[in-house]
Design a protein around this ligand. Structure first.
Ligand code: SAM
Length: 284
């Protein structure tokens, strides 16, 4: 069978390198190069771009990123079994693919880039996907080192990422963080049957564009406020915010937010106002 880049089909690559998928590493591989090309292109044109990919695995998305025109791909992979397969891709695209063997939660990707602008495109391992997204969106300095994120998540997680108070069933701490620092949207779904092995649920590709000037806010305080509020999401804020150890009536007076409101009805801007008011009270 021929492939667009002349490398062997992914099914053969996995067989040749004995890459039996491991659940502990969130390994659900994509073999369809048309689909990986669609994901690669989903965040915009790739010509001349530097792309950071987390979890290249046998390289389906990596190959698509290079074939679709990325100038350079930095791919961070934890599973050393995948390195020989990735070396074959690097040989097909000399000087354009840098493979970093390590845990993406620990690797300092910004340092590898040395100030070069980059985008993140990844079919994330489901077990660390939310932790990675949170680490990227809580980056300092801000605006961050990446200009966009195009990421695959389980559909349920994707819905939580894009949710605001108009979708109280999915709105929570993740939605507040994403809404504060980025514009997030779901681009399209990917059926479970597209993966090897197929996961139990549908996946979605999400696109996030960092806001260059999000409303100023103390991040640690925002995390404290959303943790308290959504930790008891059914309770009114006058009850759920008690754990902050602050004069909660003063918080409501400073922000105009009703003490009878529940977390899931407060917009992102309301949480930013509460966090700023909490920070001011703590300073006073
Ligand atoms: N990109 C490939 C594809 O689309 O077929 C594989 C995606 S698979 C869902 C996730 C990949 O992330 C696996 O290759 C896995 O080994 C890797 N991985 C898991 N945890 C990781 C971590 N902490 N840091 C870097 N890579 C990780």
């Amino acid at each position: 069978m021929t492939t667009p880049d002349g490398l062997p089909p992914l099914r053969d690559v996995v067989k040749a390198h004995d890459l039996m998928p491991r659940r502990a590493l969130g390994q659900n591989f994509l073999f369809d190069l048309n689909l990986t090309s669609r994901i690669a292109r989903a965040g915009g044109r790739l010509d001349g771009e530097t792309i950071v990919e987390v979890g290249p695995g046998p390289g389906g998305l990596t190959r698509a990123l290079l074939f679709e025109g990325a100038a350079r791909v930095i791919a961070v992979e934890r599973d050393e079994r995948c390195l020989p397969a990735l070396a074959e891709i690097a040989a097909r695209w000399p000087g354009q693919l840098d493979v970093v063997h390590g845990d993406a939660l620990a690797v300092d990707i910004a340092a590898l880039l040395r100030g070069q602008p980059a985008r993140i495109v990844a079919n994330l391992p489901y077990n660390v996907g939310t932790a990675l997204l949170t680490s990227w969106l809580t980056a300092t300095p801000w605006p961050p080192w990446f200009s966009s994120l195009t990421l695959m998540f389980q559909r349920e997680v994707a819905e939580r990422i894009v949710a605001d108070e108009t979708d109280p069933g999915h709105y929570g701490r993740l939605g507040v963080l994403c809404g504060w620092r980025a514009e997030a949207s779901i681009l399209f779904d990917v059926a479970a049957s597209a993966f090897v092995p197929p996961p139990k649920v549908t996946s979605s590709v999400v696109h996030l564009k960092p806001r260059s000037t999000p409303e100023p806010c103390d991040l640690a305080e925002l995390e404290r406020v959303t943790q308290a509020a959504f930790g008891q999401r059914r309770k009114m804020l006058r009850q759920s915010l008690k754990g902050l150890g602050l004069d909660v009536q003063a918080l409501f007076a400073a922000t105009g937010i009703l003490e009878t409101a529940r977390a899931e009805n407060v917009p992102v801007s309301g949480f930013v106002a509460l966090a700023n008011a909490a920070a001011a009270l703590r300073r006073a």
